[in-house]
Design a protein around this ligand. Sequence first.
Ligand code: SAH
Length: 358
Amino acid sequence: MKTLEDSLREIIALEGPITVERYMSVCLRHYYATRDPLGAAGDFTTAPEISQMFGELIGLWMLEVWNGMGRPAPCRLVELGPGRGTLMADLLRATRLLPDFKGAPTVHLVETSPSLRQRQQDALAESEFTVQWHDRFEDVPSGPILLVANEFFDALPVRQFLGTNRGWCERLVGLDDEHLILGLRPEPEPALGKPLRLGDVLEWPGVSVDIMGTLAGRLARDGGAALILDYGYWGPAFGDTLQALKNHRPVDPLQEPGEADLTTHVDFHRLAQAAATQGARVHGTVTQGEFLQALGIETRAEALKARATPAQAADIDRALTRLTERGPTGMGELFKVLAVTHEAIQAVPGLPALPFSS
Ligand code: SAH
């Protein structure tokens, strides 16, 4: 059977080397369309799969923001890249705390993978809300928005440039006799100017910037708020952050294309800039640990433990530690949280209302 690698070889033989962005895009589409990548049996685990507390606290965040907005109805509760639908299921359950909310939103899941859409449908089968699926955020019907995206932006393709004495040259994926290999476009990219240092890699998340620009434009026009959680940093920064994970282990991103999860670290500064340019207000970033603690994850863990067996209580404690852990490898510190809102929303729970300056 023809593999994705065979198809990529054909494309490259026919058209010449392709950009890292196109390579990632082809691989990721295949990857997400052909499997459930999450959980112990998959390639990686995400926060909502670690504990229900994550989605529940985001549900409470949504309630508070919705309340502060004057309880608009109808409104659109949106998730970008919902995975197994776990976050949305936990979030919706938590919103039962405020019964008035039930009549307000329709739920919109932006998901390109048919197999994950099926998983999401199963997860939300019991939900009292009307759920619709869309290929693109642009297709979400008009109206005020409450949006969440966890580990969505890290799964979008980026362009990469290497600093050379000719300028920033784009990294390409080409072929030697047998293997896919990394190469460089000989002509530099004039728009990027002079490199700071030879050998630096500059990543350009054009797809993310476009999606954030569209989302922020929509928030500025129709009102609402978006909560973005992902692993990443506040740029500018240099370095090659492309990584491939298979069975929870790093592998070579050019090996077995379309069979490993490809991600890059999210530059929140670029996302914030893209949002501010559209007239939206930016809140944060803070680390995931700070955010979840500000929303009361410890109190929620105690409440769950009060009704748990000793084994379940130990699981809850482990999950709490994993979600909030500090240090260079802790999820609580590696992951950052950013909110983007209509400018009338001056504060949101758990994030400082710092004036953004680019
Ligand atoms: N948010 C989930 C899953 C993260 S994995 C969680 O936290 O568990 C990334 C998700 O984004 C998957 O559901 C994947 O199919 C989806 N996705 C990737 N690229 C996409 C795109 N361009 N448009 C819409 N969804 C996309």
